[in-house]
Design a protein around this ligand. Structure first.
Ligand SMILES: [Zn+2]
Ligand SMILES: [Zn+2]
Length: 245
């Protein structure tokens, strides 16, 4: 009898759960998921390949983007990927988090972003955020990469370590060209004292990857201390110019 009642409650709960619709985080239309199907199609472009080095969206018949093919991509990173590409409402969301002081928006991605990463990457030993210089943290109040890394760690029960530090303030990479980007972040990251990452598989977390230069500089510091595989995990990557609409 009791088991029948419990079964009914479970069925009822399932019904409520599946029928419930909420506003899509990006377009505000009612949807069963936090990001509706149209927004996923528009901003995540599931029909396109990703460069298996820097995570940029590329055409069908390619393995790497033109930059990575020409040897301009990341060298120390095993590979990088991103949930979407940096445009429209997805870009707005990331900018609202960073520049309009709304880190809580990332909490809406809980259960979504972790589910996506764990299905696409080998589980790591540790999750490490790309660090922000202390002067920037003082200004902004938080590091969005850190918030995202903590969410992934909490959801997946994987160790989180704030293992890197940025030893100088750098200009925002988005405002610079490729060559300037490299100069801007070269040697900017170091491993904190007493952190042991020897032989460990790492998820290196950041909000956006464009050329992969920042992730690669972090990966360099991690490799120097014996890290094994280093995967860059981001919310948004670039899209090859030829495919841009
Ligand atoms: Zn939507
Ligand atoms: Zn690439």
């Amino acid at each position: 009898m009791l088991s029948q009642i419990l079964h009914r409650i479970k069925e009822g709960a399932a019904l409520i759960w599946y029928e419930q619709e909420e506003e899509c985080l990006l377009c505000s239309n009612l949807a069963k998921e936090i990001i509706c199907q149209s927004c996923r199609d528009l901003y995540f472009r599931p029909e396109l390949n990703r460069c298996n080095t820097c995570g940029k969206l590329i055409g069908d018949n390619k393995i790497r983007c033109s930059d990575c093919q020409e040897g301009k991509g990341p060298k120390c990173l095993t590979r990088a990927t991103a949930l979407g590409h940096y445009s429209g409402a997805w870009k707005d969301l990331i900018q609202n988090v960073k520049f309009r002081g709304q880190p809580y928006l990332l909490a809406y991605l809980r259960g979504y972003v972790d589910d996506w990463v764990i299905k696409n990457f080998p589980p790591p030993d540790v999750i490490i955020p790309v660090p922000m210089h202390h002067s920037r943290i003082a200004q902004r109040g938080f590091n969005q990469a850190d918030v995202l890394a903590s969410i992934l760690s909490g959801q997946l029960g994987i160790e989180y370590q704030d293992a890197l530090y940025r030893n100088r303030a750098t200009t925002a990479q988005t405002s610079l060209g490729r060559h300037e980007r490299l100069n801007n972040v070269q040697g900017a990251f170091s491993l904190k004292k007493d952190v042991d990452i020897k032989g460990r598989i790492i998820w290196l977390v950041d909000d956006v990857v464009t050329t992969g230069t920042t992730l690669d500089e972090c990966a360099k510091a991690l490799r120097e201390h014996g890290a094994s595989d280093i995967y860059g995990i981001c919310l948004a990557a670039g899209i090859e110019e030829i495919l841009e609409k």
